[in-house]
Write a protein that binds this ligand. Structure first.
Ligand code: TYD
Length: 344
């Protein structure tokens, strides 16, 4: 297969690109990435010499560029997105552009050229899930943050193109994903790198929010399976069933690093913070035979160990980019001060 992978220099995208090149020797990848703050050429380092991989710097909302690239491939896998809830509260408009307008441009090209599009989405479109319940693909979307609203908007456009024009689209809804090369703004990589520098870990609210943790390699494998074997027009939930309250994850993380629990700082909550995400994943398991390859312990430990072993990767982001520090001060400066701590 010849694939256009968008956002393939990001976290899950680069994991997917590497996995496809390893598992499918015949496949070729055009990797379209805007290389904004989270897309990072270092994430695809080592692939420069591989003739099956070509990195193109560009925006998925650039209709002319997208049209040209889509013509030359069999299918598109869209990882390109604004992904961080806290940033969506600071700048909702950029989420609308990337996650709705960008998806529309991809869809339009895929429709014109008769190709397949897999849209990578998120369990956050289901909204806040009451204890005991597990979201199914047929449940309504109940988005609450600008991030999840924009992801749902992108999904709904995909669905509408399938129904209205017969465009070949598939959607995956993944749970919270961790692993190597995740930009250190998300909870796990932020907390690992803060802990390694003996800086406070800003836990929002009471820390009892629940997320279902998934390893990036398992998430990428699920997406690839859906791309090759999934039924057109369908949505597939992807999750490993690792439901834990944040504070428990944070304590395990500190213990694995041998760092003290008094690094934990309870800070003012994220507005509209969803208490729980949890999905039923029978569909992808029963229909396509997907299952995670790692326990929660392995998922967390392998992620932590990667950051311990790759300090130069994240130090370049934390020390070398004004983006990270501007964002960190804006997001955490006043929160840590309210908790009697300093943002450094
Ligand atoms: P995050 O990694 O931002 O993913 P999402 O919001 O998409 O689930 O956050 C995971 C959980 O961790 C979520 O409940 C919010 C919480 N969190 C904190 O408590 N402190 C933080 O600094 C961050 C970034 C997240």
């Amino acid at each position: 297969m010849k694939l256009l992978v968008t956002g393939g220099a990001g976290f899950i995208g680069s994991t997917y690109v590497r996995q496809v090149l390893d598992n499918h020797p015949e496949d070729e990848i055009v990797n379209l990435d805007a290389l904004t703050y989270a897309g990072n050429p270092a994430n695809v380092r080592g692939l420069e010499g591989d003739p099956r991989h070509r990195l193109v710097r560009g925006d998925i909302a650039d209709a002319e560029l997208v049209d040209e690239l889509v013509q030359s491939v069999d299918a598109v896998v869209n990882f390109a997105a604004e992904t961080h809830v806290d940033r969506s509260l600071l700048d909702p408009g950029s989420f609308l552009r990337a996650n709705v307008q960008g998806v529309y441009v991809l869809l339009d090209a895929v429709r014109r050229h008769g190709k397949r599009l897999l849209q990578v989405s998120t369990d956050e479109v289901y909204g806040d899930i009451t204890p005991g319940k597990h979201s199914r693909e047929t449940d309504p979307v109940e988005t609450r943050s600008p991030y999840s609203a924009a992801k749902a908007g992108g999904e709904l456009f995909c669905k509408s193109f399938f129904v209205s024009f017969g465009t070949d689209v598939l959607i995956t809804r993944g749970s919270n994903t961790i692993g190597p090369r995740q930009y250190p703004e998300k909870m796990i990589p932020l907390f690992i790198t803060n802990a390694l520098r003996d800086q406070p870990l800003p836990v929002y609210g009471d820390g009892m929010q629940i997320r279902d943790w998934l390893y990036s390699e398992d998430h990428a494998a699920a997406i690839d399976l859906v791309l090759r074997k999934g039924r057109s027009g369908e949505i597939y939930n992807v999750g490993a069933g690792n439901e834990y309250p944040n504070i428990e994850v944070v304590r395990t993380l500190l213990a694995h690093l041998g760092k003290p629990a008094d690094l934990i700082a309870y800070v003012p909550d994220r507005p509209g913070h969803d208490r729980r995400y949890a999905m039923n994943t029978d569909k992808i398991r029963d229909e396509l035979g997907w299952e995670p390859t790692r326990t929660f312990g392995m998922t967390l430990h392998e992620t932590i160990d990667w950051y311990v072993g790759n300090q130069e990767w994240w130090a370049a982001i934390r020390d070398g980019s004004s983006d990270f520090n501007d964002y960190y001060q804006k997001q955490y400066g006043w929160r840590l001060e309210a908790a009697g701590q300093s943002a450094g």
